[in-house]
Design a protein around this ligand. Structure first.
Ligand code: GUN
Ligand code: ZN
Length: 433
């Protein structure tokens, strides 16, 4: 195959290690740098001055000087059918589900509606520099087809799956243990591992699944090589109480999932606010991933997740918007709220740690760091070009920054989709500002 190489000139920033372990030195900053992409994969990064005359002569050159290139952001937990539910007023989790979310999700029985929303949703991710998401669909199998097709059209790395619910939900959103299993298996066979797509077994949360359905979820998760599992746990106090009543034998909410083999390195749980020490130990021992959803936890009044404490317990973490309980598609807005929530817990998360959580750390938590998350040669070239002068306030703050850490922090606290100049997937520009 003919080599197609492109060199992008910019300040290039990515993680080469884990700032939770090694501090700021885990973030590599190449001022007057370049990113070279060959056939959709990272070829090299470095200083402009390292480029050879031969490279300069034979590669396509793209000038993003004055801007900053980072790996694409990773959103570990969100719901595309809740795009229209964002900013729905006045309720907490269980009432919010009944009043806003279930009616919105019922509309996804209509394939044409699912397609329109899925395409809007993918565009919105790309506008915000998000290049990978783990996305809930609805109970309808056509909702899964719609989101995978929309991701496939732009060659995006994305996880999704059919929501399974066989009790405590409206009749038009209810499957059964048997149909939930059969339809999920069909969708796994159809989509998992095709292009850049990953199937995620998706029991919504323990209250809407019978024990038979949780058992089938474990079978799907454990019998299909490489598939993931996603759900919700320990988000809201009334939900905790409900789970204790529905599963009186359980030691804790997490213990319900544990009983059915639903923990593990490829299992991702939204929220994880009310886990006790025993639960944190099980999360850590099994490698189960906690998705930190700060904008949603605040908006729905659910509670404060303490990421520093979770990390101290060796729990794997990923940052997540949780749209539409969450209030922004932007992982910058999400990281901003994560910083503030961590402050409320009396802890501090550093700019380098925040940046890592959005990129390499998220990729490691989702076990896709062999493919994305940084600019190691051979990785898939998913990257974002940021404008740190996109707004007046951000621009003047960056002017006063002394270190790149300060600049990154200003981007996180003050930035949003206005800062995205361009988003690239496998070296193809899929969003231009
Ligand atoms: N728990 C069960 N379903 C949901 C959902 O759609 N959003 C949130 N935030 N929590 C849930
Ligand atoms: Zn969620």
């Amino acid at each position: 195959m003919k080599q197609q190489s492109t060199i992008y000139f910019a300040t290039v920033v990515h993680c080469t290690g884990d700032p939770w372990a090694s501090g700021t030195s885990a973030v590599e900053v190449l001022k007057d740098g370049y990113l070279k992409v060959t056939n959709g994969l990272v070829d090299s990064v470095g200083a402009e001055s390292d480029l050879t005359a031969d490279e300069l002569q034979h590669c396509t050159q793209v000038d993003h000087r004055g801007y900053t290139i980072t790996p694409g952001f990773i959103d570990g937990h969100l719901h595309y059918p809740q795009t229209s539910v964002i900013a729905s007023y006045g309720t907490q989790l269980l009432e919010w589900l009944e009043k806003y979310t279930f009616p919105a999700e019922a509309k996804f029985s209509d394939e044409a509606h699912a397609k329109v929303v899925a395409e809007f949703f993918i565009k919105e991710l790309l506008r915000n520099g998000t290049t990978t998401g783990f996305v809930f669909a609805t109970v309808h199998r056509q909702s899964v087809d719609a989101i995978f097709n929309a991701a496939k059209n732009v060659n995006m790395r994305l996880g999704s799956g059919k929501v399974m619910m066989d009790r405590n939900c409206p009749e038009n959103l209810c499957d059964t243990a048997a149909t939930g299993y059969e339809e999920s298996q069909e969708l796994i066979d159809k989509w998992h591992g095709k292009d850049r797509l990953m199937y995620v077994v998706t029991p919504r949360f323990a209250p809407t699944s019978t024990e038979a359905q949780l058992e089938f979820s474990g079978k799907l998760f454990n019998d299909n090589d490489g598939v993931y599992l996603q759900s919700h746990v320990a988000e809201n106090k009334a939900e905790m109480q409900w789970v204790a009543e529905l599963f009186p034998w359980s030691r804790s909410y997490l213990d319900v999932y544990d009983r059915y083999g639903l923990l593990g390195q490829r299992a991702v749980y939204g929220h994880c606010i009310y886990l006790d020490d025993g639960d944190l130990k099980r999360m850590s021992d099994t490698g189960t991933v906690a998705a930190f959803c700060p904008t949603s936890n605040l908006f729905l009044g659910s509670g404060l997740f303490d990421i520093v404490s979770a990390r101290d317990h060796n729990v794997r973490t990923v940052m997540a918007s949780d749209v539409g309980g969450g209030t922004s598609f932007s992982m910058l807005r999400t990281a901003d709220e994560a910083y503030k929530v961590t402050q409320m817990a009396g802890n501090t998360i550093t700019p380098a740690q925040l940046f890592y959580e959005l990129t390499l750390g998220g990729a490691q938590a989702l076990s896709i760091d062999n493919m994305v998350g940084d600019f190691v040669p051979g990785k898939e070239a998913d990257f974002v070009v940021h404008d740190l002068h996109a707004t007046e306030v951000l621009s003047q703050r960056v002017e006063h920054a002394v270190t790149i850490e300060e600049e990154l922090f200003a981007l996180i606290i003050l930035g949003d989709d206005r800062c995205t100049v361009a988003t690239y997937l496998m070296g193809e520009k899929v969003y231009p500002r």
